[in-house]
Write a protein that binds this ligand. Structure first.
Ligand SMILES: [Zn+2]
Ligand SMILES: [Zn+2]
Length: 311
């Protein structure tokens, strides 16, 4: 019997390991999908900076109460459309050509996300065709690899801008059909009417984009693929000159009007009904997205916005 004991012991150890299953790694966060929405070129003074929230009734009430607002949020880099979007999705400021003629010199969260999760999908959906360049990079390691799907402008790069209502329709259709995990949406009309020096039109378009964003918000809260597992970031790529520095019809310098942005973040991992005033900036969005969706974002200069998270 004594001779059998080591054999029985060994058999028991083998049985234990054959039954043992490695634990399935648990996700750190409830967020499974992220949508970044840009209201192009709206000034802080007509959005969150307006105490009455006259032109953003949806963002200013229902949406703000559902998540976090930061009243100290800035674009500290070039205050133009393409560099602003690039900063928010890469975590780096770079003065990218603003006409769609240059690929970013480094990858964004889209390429890193697609590399990390080949079975998941990502989209850039934009009223401005020129933002299609953000899907790719001139970096030789990542050029033409891990590209996001795009639906930009009338029919891609070089085809011109389209109405924001069409962009909303396209976004909701894509959400219904393929439920992507990572999406950037650009609504362009506030910037466009601002450049036209059309003050009533500019205010009206901010108001319209507020209602388009609300449609995304309502969809996310009712669709089973998105409900309770989606984080939304809502911001601007840049503001516009404040009245002492040229006024609302243009932008592009470092006056406070151009730099200060509205910022809303809503998601299952974030605090509710919270007003933050510690400063954050556009390049902090990319590392926060990477943290939530759990992939590596090398070379970001931004910080994860830990002040958004519950606990
Ligand atoms: Zn502009
Ligand atoms: Zn300015």
């Amino acid at each position: 019997m004594k001779k059998l004991l080591p054999i029985i012991g060994l058999a028991l150890i083998c049985l234990y390991y054959s039954c043992y299953k490695a634990p399935i790694p648990t996700k750190k966060y409830k967020t499974e999908k992220v949508i970044v929405i840009v209201m192009d070129g709206a000034r802080y003074s007509e959005t969150w900076g307006d105490v009455a929230k006259t032109y953003i009734p949806n963002l200013g009430t229902t949406i703000a109460n559902s998540g976090c607002v930061n009243s100290n949020f800035y674009n500290n880099g070039p205050t133009y459309t393409s560099p602003g979007h690039l900063a928010m999705i890469s975590g780096q400021y770079y003065n990218l050509n603003n006409a769609g003629n240059e690929l970013p010199p480094f990858p964004t969260i889209f390429q890193y996300f697609n590399e990390a999760y080949p079975l998941k999908s990502s989209w850039i959906i934009s009223s401005k065709d020129k933002l299609e360049v953000l899907t790719n990079t001139s970096d030789s390691t990542y050029n033409n690899l891990y590209l996001a799907n795009t639906d930009c402008g009338n029919n891609g790069l070089g085809t011109g801008y389209r109405k924001d209502s069409i962009t909303l329709y396209k976004a909701l259709t894509i959400f219904q059909n393929s439920a992507p995990e990572l999406t950037l949406i650009n609504f362009r009309e506030p910037d466009f009417t601002g450049h036209g020096n059309d003050w009533p039109g500019y205010l009206n378009e901010i108001n319209k984009v507020d209602s388009l964003i609300n449609e995304v918000f309502v969809f996310v809260n009712s669709n089973p693929n998105y409900k309770d597992k989606t984080t939304l970031f809502i911001t601007n790529d840049h503001g516009r000159h404040d009245d002492r520095n040229g006024g609302f019809n243009n932008h592009g310098d470092s006056c406070i009007g151009c730099k200060q942005l509205m910022f809303f973040a809503i998601g299952p991992d974030f605090r509710k009904n919270t007003l933050l005033s510690s400063p954050n900036e556009l390049i902090d969005i990319a590392p926060t997205v990477a943290e939530l969706l759990e992939f590596d974002l090398p070379n970001s200069n931004g910080n994860v916005m830990t002040n958004l998270f519950e606990n």
